[in-house]
Design a protein around this ligand. Structure first.
Ligand code: NAP
Length: 492
């Protein structure tokens, strides 16, 4: 444990006790190497804490702990597991304000975004507390009539969960809650940039009654070596990863040796289509949510705005007006609408995407300049008439940049929307529902928001097609990712 001092700007009472070591078998331990990794506040670029640096051997110790806890957790009545998960939900909600401050502190996002994230994160416990007692199997008669087919779901086994920095609470709970509800024990490896939220959530889970070893948490400076060790262990049966497509590919290869079941929530390049008949102000509201939630650092963030010719100018003016009114500042400061990006290389990447787009003929209508202040800031930016071939249309921007492109025909918009290796989220605005559903059926994407700026919902199957991933999180689908169907052929 570590006496973690929050800046007084964040906490009136100054201190809060937060774990900053490895959680293995219910104990918070320092790494045997005693090595520490700095955690930085992106709003100031100052070091705010340091965390333990796990070795591959400590990865195996976490697998041992998960194995030890597995039989009794799998045998725990679903109702009992459900009540513990419900308690996790309640405790996170009780702690919503300081958890939001913590997220904002280590991730940089504006407090309203951080608070929404905590609530979204808590909802996975509530949802899976309800789903975990409704894991129904199947019974049928074989077509030949010779026997019955009985199917029941069993916990898949020890689950390795790897999460990114952009939603440090929600990406963890979206995996932990269904894993635990299905009766699995797990090892969580949060992103090195945002480990404190994961530690805080694990601590809250223990207070809620999650037994030792059911959730283990490891941080490391050598994610590749640690994961390789864990994925080479025969006892590990599930890998659930959220992060970039690039790292997802590496992990799929690593999981292949032991044929480990993989769920992959990867990158996105969401198109946002606005048709001439869309209600302008609704489309602008939705665009701001789809683009600016989490400062643009979301896998579902609208990356490419295809706007029909008749509404293009009005939509562009409206976006510039709304983006220019966003207040930039430390995530945890009052009135901040946009906090810093996660780190210096994120700022550099966004800058180079904008530069490339401008060099290829885009008009820079707002922002696009580097800011001379400590911390990792990038200003709200709007590019109009972005030209085909620009990098910004191919890569995730992961920042507060709107790229506008006009189109004339529906077919052109659909073709452009699908011109990407990704297929996570898409957005469509039109007053004509028939057209809306037709377009939705043609867009290659796991999730589409029709006349909405937000798709995420614990009750809905979240996930992508093409190189955006494999499997689904949330909803009943998310529970089945942590279960194996066992079939028994019965002579009745
Ligand atoms: P990332 O670089 O892929 O990292 C994600 C996680 O993988 C981190 O915990 C990271 O650890 C770990 N990691 C990195 N290299 C690894 C390796 N060789 N073996 C095992 N683990 C490794 O992604 P990120 O920058 O944190 O997050 C942004 C990306 O996540 C974006 O592409 C975004 O679209 C995607 N994302 C997808 C979803 C979705 O639901 N589809 C949701 C959120 C984010 P370290 O931190 O220690 O490097």
């Amino acid at each position: 444990m570590h006496n973690f001092t929050m800046p007084t700007a964040v906490f009136a009472n100054g201190t809060r006790i937060l774990p900053v070591n490895l959680l293995i078998g219910g104990e918070w331990r320092e790494s045997e190497t005693k090595r520490r990794i700095d955690v930085v506040d992106p709003s100031t670029a100052q070091v705010i804490s340091s965390i333990a640096d796990a070795t591959p051997a400590e990865g195996i110790a976490a697998v041992d702990a998960a194995e030890k806890a597995a039989p009794s957790w799998a045998a725990t009545a679903p109702r009992v597991r459900s009540e513990i998960l419900r308690k996790c939900f309640e405790k996170i909600i009780e702690n919503v304000d300081w958890l939001a401050h913590l997220i904002s502190l280590e991730n940089g996002k504006a407090l309203p975004d951080a608070k929404s994230e905590v609530i979204y994160a808590a909802e996975f416990y509530r949802w899976y507390a309800e789903q975990g007692v409704r894991m129904h199997g199947e019974i049928g008669v074989s077509p030949s009539g010779s026997n019955r087919i009985v199917v029941q779901y069993e916990p898949i086994g020890i689950s390795f969960l790897i999460t990114p920095w952009n939603f440090p609470a929600a990406m963890a709970t979206r995996k932990i809650a269904p894993a635990l509800a299905a009766g699995c024990t797990c090892i969580l490896k949060p992103a090195t940039e945002t480990p404190l939220t994961a530690f805080a959530i694990a601590q809250i889970m223990h207070e809620a009654g999650v037994p030792p070893g059911v959730i283990n948490v490891l941080t490391t400076s050598k994610a590749g070596a640690l994961s390789q060790a864990i994925l080479s262990d025969d006892r590990v049966r599930k890998l659930s990863f959220t992060g970039s497509t690039e790292v997802g590919r590496i992990l799929l290869r690593n999981a292949a040796d032991k044929i480990i079941s993989c769920s992959m929530e990867l990158g996105g390049n969401a198109p946002f289509l606005v048709f001439d008949d869309a209600p302008l102000s609704d489309a602008l509201d939705g665009a701001m949510v789809a683009k600016m939630r989490n400062g643009g650092e979301a896998c579902t963030a609208a990356n490419r705005f295809y706007v029909q010719k008749g509404i293009y100018k009005a939509f562009t003016d409206g976006i510039v007006d709304r983006m220019s009114r966003i207040q930039l500042g430390p995530g945890y400061a009052p009135d901040t609408g946009l906090g810093p990006m996660i780190n210096a290389s994120a700022v550099q990447k966004i800058g180079s995407l904008v530069e490339d787009a401008v060099q290829r003929g885009a008009r820079l209508l707002l922002g696009g300049v580097s800011l001379n202040r400590p911390g990792y800031y990038y200003p709200p930016t709007v590019l109009a008439d972005v030209q085909p071939g620009s990098q910004i249309l191919r890569e995730e921007i992961f920042g507060p940049v709107v790229s506008l492109i006009s189109f004339e025909k529906q077919e052109d918009a659909i073709r452009s929307a699908n011109d990407t290796e990704y297929g996570l989220a898409a957005y469509v605005y039109t007053s004509d529902l028939k057209r809306g559903f037709q377009v939705c059926s043609r867009i290659e994407s796991g999730m589409i928001a029709l006349n909405r700026g937000l798709v995420s919902d614990p009750a809905a199957p979240f996930g992508g097609v093409k190189q955006s991933g494999l499997g689904r999180e949330g909803s009943y689908h998310g529970l089945l990712e942590f279960a194996e169907a066992k079939y028994v052929a019965v002579n009745w």
